[in-house]
Design a protein around this ligand. Sequence first.
Ligand code: DON
Length: 564
Amino acid sequence: MKHLFKYGILLVLLSTLVQCKKHSAKPTGLVTKNAMVVSAREEASVIGAEILEKGGNAFDAMVGTELALAVAYPFAGNLGGGGFMVYRKNNGDVGALDYREKAPLSAHKDMYLDSLGNVIEGKSTKGATAVGVPGTISGIFEVHEKFGSLPIEDILSPVIALVERGVIVTEKQALRLEYYREQILEVNGDNTLFFNSCNVGDTLKYPALGNTLRRIAENGRDEFYKGETAKKLVSFIQEKGGYVTLEDLEKYEAIWRQPIIFKYKDLRIISMSPPSSGGVTMNQILKMIEPYDISSFKHNSTKAIQLFTEASRRAYADRNYYLGDPDFVDIPLDVLLSQKYLTERMADFTFDQATLSSDIERGNIQISESSETTHYSIVDQEGNAVSVTTTLNGAYGSKLYCDELGFFLNNEMDDFSAKPGVPNMFGLIGAQANSIAPEKRMLSSMTPTIVEKDNKLWLVIGSPGGATIITAVTQTILNAYEFNMSMQEAVDAPRFHHQWLPDHIVFETEGFSTSLKNSLKSKGYNINEDRTPILGKVDAVRVLPDGRLEGGADYRGDDTAVGF
Ligand code: DON
């Protein structure tokens, strides 16, 4: 009898614990009933939300938000770059669009090497030689053609109005512009719009961009790839010594791709496929973590950090060797993502001692970071969801600004591996799979993701941050699911990062005590204490059990959730 009583109490306790985990975290971010846009700038979120409010769908809002970011957030928002979109329609259909830049026709494997075979500093990162063929305009027109519901002029007109009205400079923006001003002047000379420095509260107007957008609204996609804009762009890039030709622009196409889809416990995760490494690497990390009950370790505890780090170390080693543009290289996805392979990969992991990256090579089947990309998440009133990450690569891309057209050009060519074994600007070491070839797309880490729970839309999520994108997005999903945080809490929680090489963990400034770091060091982990950068800038939406939406707008930037 006594035993039965004890057993009964235990059962009640256990079921309360299970209930606690199942109980949805109380929202702490903006909550709206119908629809939401979360992006890096309030102006862009407002334009996206207004498009939804006037009856547009998530795809119309994608087009407006993408271009509004080019106006309000030229640091990463762009016409001269590219990106990836993952979507989930309200009927459960999912898909992905690749509007990544690609190498010009004249590109070749050794184009950034000198006669001795050494990488020429700056050639793939700064100025016209770093520019890949831009994909953004092709991307938004693909999205609009396939899924849009409003006329393109109705979507572009609020963006053009924003260009005319101008954008108020925020504190973070003023600091960024000041920080990069010298480099922008170095690349563009003194006649650029950015010659004058600006202060917080100033209004920045880009009349040339207004003209470009008006021509695009009138003439469509071809204006950018074949029309007057194309001709002006090509003669500008070539005058500055770059490689992109009119033929390159004419041949550019965005490509619909099958996303990476996998289960993590009772979640179904839909993320970006190659040429982004985001989905594959996140899939590997989560599947290596899945056999452990990470929620029983405290959030950001020694054990949780060890488990995440060891999974990341192994996944990034594979990323750097096997992944590249799937139209150019065979990626053994069936093996890389199989449970058998991933279980074997973690076979030597123990909580007693760090594995050394020098002992981890790619699987045997045969970084310096900041937040210069941008991500936005959209859910519309019909339940369609869009997750988009878009970039110029570095801050203001190659720093090359076309004053006549009003936008910056990417330096995405640096995402290729210029020479096997030599790290790129994110410290990522590439291999043959990501070597340069004409018309090839460079490997990305962008991870626009959608998560379903119980077959229903649950999270829309993504981040900037170069190589740290994948760990930032994965940790935020774990925060929400395993550690039962609200969307806003999950986004704000302190993050850490490990990418195989260099073999060290990087921590954000807050949230990681000296004793925690000491306990990791005692187990053989290297910690980079010189740098405590921002790791990603996650913008996400969570669908609450009653159907309302909670925004997670990263406090690390000017990011804002807007909805109704
Ligand atoms: O595609 C990529 O992975 C990079 N071009 C992303 C760059 C980025 O996130 C910049 N921010 N640090």
